[in-house]
Design a binder for this molecule. Sequence first.
Ligand SMILES: CC/C=C\C/C=C/CCC/C=C/CC(=O)SCCNC(=O)CCNC(=O)[C@H](O)C(C)(C)COP(=O)(O)OP(=O)(O)OC[C@H]1O[C@@H](n2cnc3c(N)ncnc32)[C@H](O)[C@@H]1OP(=O)(O)O
Length: 243
Amino acid sequence: MKMRNPPVNSLSLEFLTELLISLEKLENDKTFRGIIITSDCPGIFSAGLDLLEMYGRDPAHCAEYWKAVQELWLRVYLSNLVVIGAINGISPAGGCLLSLSCDYRVLANNPKYAIGLNETLLGIIAPFWFKDVLVNTIGHRAAERALQLGFLFPPSDALQVGIVDQVVPEDQVQSTARSVMAQWLAIPDHARQLTKNLVRKPTADRLLQQRDADIQNFVRFISRDSIQKSLHVYLEKLKQKKG
Ligand SMILES: CC/C=C\C/C=C/CCC/C=C/CC(=O)SCCNC(=O)CCNC(=O)[C@H](O)C(C)(C)COP(=O)(O)OP(=O)(O)OC[C@H]1O[C@@H](n2cnc3c(N)ncnc32)[C@H](O)[C@@H]1OP(=O)(O)O
């Protein structure tokens, strides 16, 4: 699955909906046993959640958006398919969450391709289920530092901390992802799927048990004047970077 929402594969409501529909189709087609998620935007896996869906929007829109974010995460995280991330670009925040929700992550060895949950740098906070997935992946201590400081790990650090499973030369990302897929597909589906569910369900259940409350928390938080100001400043910084 090649993500194509130029220029930066930001996860807008429309793009999330497209991804959800595509994933659902693949899940329902029994001829598919695995997917490789990668990007069609040069140098960018995904810029994460679309800031314009959270800035200057009314509460109803924010609620609809957050529901779609939850939905995509649950679908990828709990997918019965083998999901491999072929991460061929930078992957901050929501882009990192998408990567972390794969079963295996292969990152291209380019110092620009940083990955991490950088929410604090925007003046916002990673929701508890983003945090849970990071803690599950890199452990409590590494996650508490990474989350508070908004670390974006370059490939060598990402491998060392375990946020990705493999770092390979850029031209080998897709072929490595395909070899990894072959290894994973050698395992009988039912055994692998039940095991995946056993490991991941408790984390997903934490959100499933409080989805509506999570949406309300998000809407309350994102609607605060101080948070809207932080998003404004961050968006202006992105604009000014262009010069
Ligand atoms: C009590 C609490 C309860 C609940 C919790 C509440 C919480 C809130 C949690 C919200 C979670 C959010 C997670 C996220 O994913 S936030 C998004 C984080 N993303 C980033 O920080 C990345 C920002 N982008 C960049 O750093 C660069 O764009 C990038 C390195 C990806 C690419 O750089 P490049 O130089 O190639 O392109 P740019 O010129 O910067 O960008 C091109 C245009 O794209 C726009 N852009 C970039 N990123 C985004 C984005 N994430 N959303 C929307 N738009 C984006 C950028 O502004 C440029 O636009 P134009 O100027 O061309 O109009």
